[in-house]
Design a protein around this ligand. Structure first.
Ligand SMILES: Cc1cc2nc3c(=O)[nH]c(=O)nc-3n(C[C@H](O)[C@H](O)[C@H](O)COP(=O)(O)OP(=O)(O)OC[C@H]3O[C@@H](n4cnc5c(N)ncnc54)[C@H](O)[C@@H]3O)c2cc1C
Length: 362
């Protein structure tokens, strides 16, 4: 029996592929029901390929299409076509659909079970101890005691916020079909529509800037003032969550490095395997792709060390590009110049969006 810890995109993809290959799979998910997640909810072409294989069609779930990118700094706005059609689909809908498909393929999905500790192939859960023949660790942003990631050398000083808004008619019409990336001192924000006519505002900001602003309402006010574009988009908007979803300490740039003492039957997937800077909008694709690859490795009898080494090599180029672009976009003085360059050469933004994808997937 293979036990999958976590029912996000990585765990669900792994469970579906294993079950389809005839393997006995048990997936443990700590949340007892689908819920909102902190995520920009930009579903890239690579993620769509995995969803399609699972017979999940974002458009049929009501997700609006996204074909163009707007890059914003202060009053400057550059626009370019995306190199593919993306979709805006909430994680609440997408994760539930993926788990439904995994269950339909024969995986046993147990919701409301939290894994407290991993000791070898024995799991301590709040529903008792579980012994696994193989383990797929797909707990995402959350490390599990006994199997924590070592995230030295990564960028961990950012705090993430996500909220939904009902925009006024004119800003909603202007946003339709676009992902808007707004650069500001100490961070960036992404704004796009998702199903149900809502707008997802997801942003990352340096902790010290957040502390200086003094909380989410003050930060939001400040960004609306400093970035006129965001101010116009949110003018007359209604925030739909009582408080934003938040995350801190995400180790951007992390790629799991295999160690000699790794268990040969413990496969790390998704954010437990690699964490790409969020603006690339490809984290879910990496998660699904690594889940699928772990399942293929298990079916083929490839041990976890070889699997992790292959993942590390596969994601190296994409991670390097995304990290370099993240660093380039950081200095506030450079941000307007980047947008001016994107205005002068619209093909540049399209090319950059293509460079931050997993090569050969899609
Ligand atoms: C601010 C932000 C914006 C992002 N925007 C985008 C975007 O627009 N597009 C994109 O493609 N990617 C985006 N990403 C990246 C993407 O969200 C992640 O890469 C992706 O969710 C990783 O999937 P996962 O399955 O590994 O983990 P997760 O999605 O984190 O799922 C892990 C699952 O495991 C469960 N779990 C955790 N611990 C336990 C436990 N101990 N026991 C049982 N269950 C457990 C959780 O409840 C959860 O369901 C963004 C990330 C951030 C932080």
């Amino acid at each position: 029996m293979t036990v999958v810890v976590g029912g996000g995109p990585a765990g669900a993809a792994a469970a579906w592929h294993l079950a389809r290959a005839g393997h006995a799979v048990r997936l443990l998910e700590r949340d007892s029901a689908p819920r909102d997640r902190i995520c920009g909810e930009f579903v890239s072409v690579e993620a769509q390929a995995v969803l399609r294989a699972m017979d999940i069609d974002p458009a049929a779930l009501g997700a609006p299409a996204i074909d163009r990118l707007r890059l914003v700094s202060g009053d400057r706005v550059a626009e370019a076509p995306l190199p593919f059609r993306a979709y805006g689909l909430t994680r609440k809908t997408m994760d539930a659909a993926m788990l439904d498909r995994a269950a339909g393929a024969g995986a046993v999905i147990e919701r409301g079970v939290t894994v407290r500790e991993i000791g070898g192939l024995r799991l301590a859960t709040d529903a008792g101890a579980i012994d696994a023949a193989r383990l797929v660790l797909a707990s995402g942003k959350h490390d599990v005691r006994g199997a924590k990631r070592v995230s030295r050398g990564t960028v961990t000083d950012l705090i993430g916020f996500k909220s939904y808004f009902r925009l006024a008619a004119a800003p909603a019409a202007a946003l339709a079909g676009h992902i808007e990336i707004m650069l500001f001192a100490g961070g960036y924000a992404g704004l796009q529509l998702v199903e149900g006519g809502r707008a997802n505002l997801c942003l990352l900001v340096e902790r010290r800037r957040f502390d200086a602003a003094g909380g989410w309402p003050a930060l939001q006010q400040r960004l609306r003032r400093d970035c006129r574009h965001l101010g116009e988009r949110l003018d007359g908007a209604v925030e739909l969550l009582d408080r934003p979803l938040t995350v801190a300490g995400v180790p951007y740039g992390f790629r799991y490095r295999p160690r000699p003492d790794d268990l040969p039957a413990l496969y790390r997937v998704g954010d437990q395997c690699a964490v790409v800077p969020s603006f690339s909008g490809d984290g879910m694709a990496i998660a699904m792709h690594s889940g699928r690859a772990a399942a293929a490795a298990i079916v083929a009898g490839v041990d976890a060390r070889a699997f992790h080494a292959a993942c590390r090599a596969e994601f190296a180029g994409q991670m390097r590009t995304a990290r370099a672009l993240y660093r380039l976009g950081q200095p506030a003085w450079l941000q307007p110049l980047i947008v001016e360059a994107a205005k002068a050469w619209p093909g540049l933004a399209t090319r950059l969006a293509a460079w931050t994808r997993i090569p050969g997937v899609g």
